[in-house]
Each structure stands twice: as C-alpha cells, then as structure tokens.
Design a protein around this ligand. Structure first.
Ligand code: AR6
Length: 191
C-alpha cells in the first residue's frame, strides 16, 4: 500500500501532475513547449516579439519564418500584456505572446507576472481556445526565482479558471527537473 507521500512521489516521477479547478484541469508536465498539441501555446516573448533565445527562439524555429513576419506587424508588446498570432508549422493553432517582467525583486514584478498569465488566458478565452500550454514565464533569461514564479503562476491560473469555465485544460510545461519539481510541489497545495 502506498502512503500519500509515496503516491505523490510516484506522480512526480512520471512527470505529470494534475489538479481539477472547477470543471477545468491544470496539468503540470515536463516537456518541450513547442511539441504541445493544445489549441494554443504561450511564448515567453520580448517586447519586440522578435525571435530570441530560450522559449521564444525555440517557438520561432519550430513555427517557421512566417511567425516573425506576423509578429513584426503587431508593433510589439508591453510587459504584462499579450498578443496572439497563428501557429504556422507548430501543432498548436495559435501562439499567445506575452512579455514577463525582468526580475528586480519589486512588488511590480509580481503584478506584471500575474498580468502575463491573466492576459494570456483572457485572449485565449476571447478566441474560443479550449486548451493552452504555458512555459514558466520569466524564469530563464529574465531571472525570476522559480519558487516565487510558480506561486504567482498557479494562483493566477486557478483564480482565472474558477471564474471562467470556458478553458478546459491549462498545462504548464517545464523544461528541467528542478522547475518541474518546484511547480508540482506548489500545485500540490491546491489538491
Ligand atoms: N520548452 C519549455 N520550456 C523551455 C523551453 C522549451 N522549449 N526552452 C526553455 N524553456 P526563457 P524568460 C524554459 O529564457 O525568462 C528570450 O530570449 C527555460 O528553461 O525562454 O521569460 C525572449 O526573447 C525557463 O525555465 O524566458 C526574451 O528576451 C523558462 O522556459 C527573454 O528570453 C523561461 O525561459 C524572456 O525570458
């Protein structure tokens, strides 16, 4: 018989953790954002919406050059805001581009990061998107500590899903074991 602790360990070892939020599901998974088959994937973008490193570089490479052509016409994106494009060669039909904050340990960092998640979900809802995958916004090149970012990401997503039933599945896709474990532990608080 498994104790609840070893059950949770077991869930983490297969790198998927799910929680129900109202009628919707929030999944924490380990993987590559570019390979997700949700209706939309979210890009951790820069203000120019240009192909950069990290998630942005990977998404632009996988989507092909037409994505950058469309992004150029959007006129950029402010921190905490979001813009939507087509997904081109990706499995996902849409890319939602959001610019997270560069970490400098201010209160504004927290509201900006929450805004990135909320505004991405708002755009998704307005486009009839039923499933969406997020990377861990701001915790790479922008330097946000993963534990603090996980708290904000999961509290913002669960609050949104409680108030909006339209989106059926939200995934947070973590690239490395350490980020996955931190997000999974944070999500356990909501079980
Ligand atoms: N799938 C999932 N997660 C990934 C992937 C991937 N393919 N690649 C990296 N990550 P970052 P930021 C993880 O730096 O901090 C860009 O140059 C990564 O390990 O992509 O918001 C933009 O143009 C980290 O945990 O985003 C901006 O200038 C997390 O995704 C700037 O970086 C976010 O890392 C944005 O920086």
């Amino acid at each position: 018989m498994y104790s609840s602790f070893s059950t949770r360990q077991k869930e983490r070892s297969i790198n998927v953790m799910e929680i129900k939020v109202g009628k919707s599901k929030l999944s924490i998974i380990k993987g590559d954002i570019t390979e997700q088959k949700t209706d939309a994937i979210v890009n951790a973008a820069n203000q120019q919406l240009a192909p950069g490193g990290g998630v942005a570089g990977a998404i632009h490479r996988a989507a092909g050059p037409a994505l950058w052509e469309e992004c150029k016409r959007l006129g950029g994106c402010k921190t905490g805001q979001a813009q939507i494009t087509k997904g081109y060669s990706l499995y996902a039909r849409f890319v939602i581009h959001t610019v997270g904050p560069v970490f400098n340990n201010t209160e504004k960092n927290k509201t900006d990061l929450a805004d990135s998640y909320r505004n991405s979900l708002e755009i998704a809802k307005n486009h009839g998107i039923k499933s969406i995958s997020f990377p861990s916004i701001s915790t790479g090149i922008f330097g946000y500590p993963v534990g603090q970012a996980a708290e904000i990401a999961i509290s913002t997503i669960t609050k949104f899903l409680k108030q909006n039933q339209e989106i059926e599945l939200v995934q947070i896709v973590l690239f490395d074991d350490s980020s996955y474990n931190i997000f999974a532990l944070e999500a356990e608080k909501y079980q």
